[in-house]
Unconditional design. Structure first.
Length: 240
């Protein structure tokens, strides 16, 4: 969707083999705390599905921005707040039913508005945040958890319950899941929301907002509607 070619891409991802096969000319680096990226070296940086694991996500984006050439593009993909909402809900309900308490079992994911604000904090221009929800179906909750383990997306919360949960917890979770979130043919549906963040390294060639009051055409004329001045009551004092 970006009408531009890129010659010096870099990929931040824990899945180096996958990206190296897809983009053999790209520099692929691990998603470590300090990214192995040189400054002003790339015209495209893709941060792929690992930002939600970062201790300092803003710092990750700042490092990506510094590695970009002027007017270079950053694309960051990360899981959003709707990810695994079905599993989160059923696990919580099952644990409350069985134990009367609740322990953190699924890490919270960022909401799209908050994630979009990270781009501005990182100093990127023309920030845009968008999302897409992927609906996946599983045979049962055990197959879903097995898939999460294979993805490296197991529970790593510091405050998690370290005791091995009783199987009753997962059996009840399966029952609640099947009742509330059924898929097709008796399967279970699961949501993975992926938030895409795009921003550009600042450059003088980029479009900039006009100075307030510099418009050359009235909005009423563009919309072909009459303009009605706002009546101001002089007895009402503005509040600050």
């Amino acid at each position: 969707m970006v009408n531009r070619g890129f010659t010096h891409p870099a990929i931040v991802s824990p899945y180096a083999q996958i990206w190296s096969a897809q983009m053999p000319n790209a520099r692929v680096v691990a998603d470590q705390e300090t990214l192995d990226l040189a400054q002003n070296a790339h015209d495209l940086v893709v941060h792929s599905l690992s930002l939600h694991w970062a201790d300092d996500p803003v710092g990750q984006l700042i490092q990506c921005r510094r590695s970009l050439k002027p007017d270079g593009l950053l694309i960051a993909a990360t899981f959003g707040g709707e990810t695994l909402n079905e599993l989160r809900s059923c696990l919580a309900q099952a644990e409350i039913t069985l134990t009367g308490g609740l322990s953190p079992r699924i890490a919270p994911m960022g909401e799209i508005r908050d994630l979009g604000a990270l781009l501005q904090r990182a100093g990127l221009s023309l920030p845009v945040a968008d999302s897409v929800s992927l609906n996946v179906e599983y045979k049962d909750v055990y197959h879903l958890m097995h898939d999460l383990r294979s993805m490296g997306e197991t529970n790593a919360l510091a405050d998690r319950n370290r005791k091995i949960p009783h199987r009753d917890l997962f059996d009840l979770t399966q029952t609640l899941y099947a009742q509330n979130f059924p898929g097709s043919d008796g399967r279970l549906r699961a949501t993975f929301e992926i938030v895409f963040l795009t921003g550009w390294a600042p450059d003088e060639s980029q479009q900039k907002p006009l100075r307030p009051g510099s418009a050359q055409q009235r909005l009423a004329d563009a919309l072909s509607v009459p303009e009605t001045p706002c009546a101001i009551d002089p007895s009402v004092k503005p509040s600050i």
